[in-house]
Design a protein around this ligand. Structure first.
Ligand SMILES: Nc1ncnc2c1ncn2[C@@H]1O[C@H](COP(=O)(O)OP(=O)(O)OP(=O)(O)O)[C@@H](O)[C@H]1O
Ligand SMILES: [Mg+2]
Length: 239
């Protein structure tokens, strides 16, 4: 199996506080991998380090056998150009721009055909088509999350990275978004998903990574994690 993304002994610190300690894992091309962990475990820090939003204190991150982490910090646009799209915690859409304009910004890294790509996003999320001229800031929370995911898809990423896409959303919207993520994955996009809702995440993921206070304690196939008594107790509320 081809490895798309590799973390090798990644450490991250904020001032004197270490948020990630020697985190190592590999993500195979074509899979959905989820990072599980309690609040403050370091899940978002993994994604922020990958996208070049924070520096590494040690270790390296490679994408398609290229070490990104030697130059990525402060160059998130260059990371995006490599084919990594990040849907951040809190969505990060532009409230003063319309749905169409938000989507087109997602296509900045690909030349030309944004109209055609919008139609692909609208096919996934018809609600966005109905509201294409509405300002982003006036959309409901669920619609904003659809827009954030849609905008990331506009660049046809090789790796789609999402930080808690289900946060604060109604169950119907959550199941819609997760269904789309599965479709996007089947069409060839690898997905790295951070999710509080471990049960939901392990339903769609091939593999899961468990972080505890900045340390990777377990990586296994999703079906094994779903049956692991310790994981069931800690993250699944014995679902
Ligand atoms: N900008 C920052 N400055 C200082 N400490 C930070 C900063 N960002 C994160 N931290 C700390 O790093 C640790 C990991 O944070 P991180 O946001 O990666 O956790 P998380 O697993 O995403 O948590 P959550 O589930 O609450 O989103 C936490 O202890 C947090 O307080
Ligand atoms: Mg987080």
């Amino acid at each position: 199996m081809e490895t798309l993304l590799e973390f090798k002994n990644v450490s991250v610190a904020y001032g004197g506080i270490q948020a990630l300690h020697d985190v190592s894992f590999q993500i195979p091309k074509g899979e959905i991998v989820t990072i599980l962990g309690a609040n403050g475990a370091g899940k978002s820090s993994c994604l922020r380090a990958l996208s070049g939003l924070i520096p590494l204190k040690g270790g390296s991150i490679s994408f398609r056998q290229e070490v990104l982490s030697s130059w990525a910090y402060k160059h998130p646009h260059r990371v995006a150009l490599k084919g990594i799209a990040h849907v951040p915690e809190g969505r990060g859409i532009f409230p003063e721009l319309t749905v169409d304009e938000n989507l087109d910004l997602g296509a900045w890294s690909v030349a030309g055909k944004s109209k055609q790509d919008r139609e692909r996003v609208f096919a996934y999320f018809p609600r966005l088509k109905e509201r294409h001229s509405q300002l982003g800031g006036t959309l409901s929370g669920g619609e904003q999350q659809m827009l954030a995911v849609g905008r990331a898809l506009m660049s046809h990423p090789t790796l789609l990275v999402l930080d808690e896409p289900s946060l604060g959303l109604a169950p119907q919207v959550i199941s819609l978004i997760f269904r789309i993520l599965e479709e996007v994955n089947k069409s060839g996009t690898t997905i790295l998903l951070v999710e509080q809702n471990a049960h939901l995440a392990l339903q769609v993921a091939h593999r899961g990574i468990v972080l505890e206070t900045g340390t990777l304690t377990l990586m296994d196939e999703a079906k094994n994690l779903l049956n692991n008594p310790r994981i069931r107790e800690a993250y699944l509320g014995n679902h």
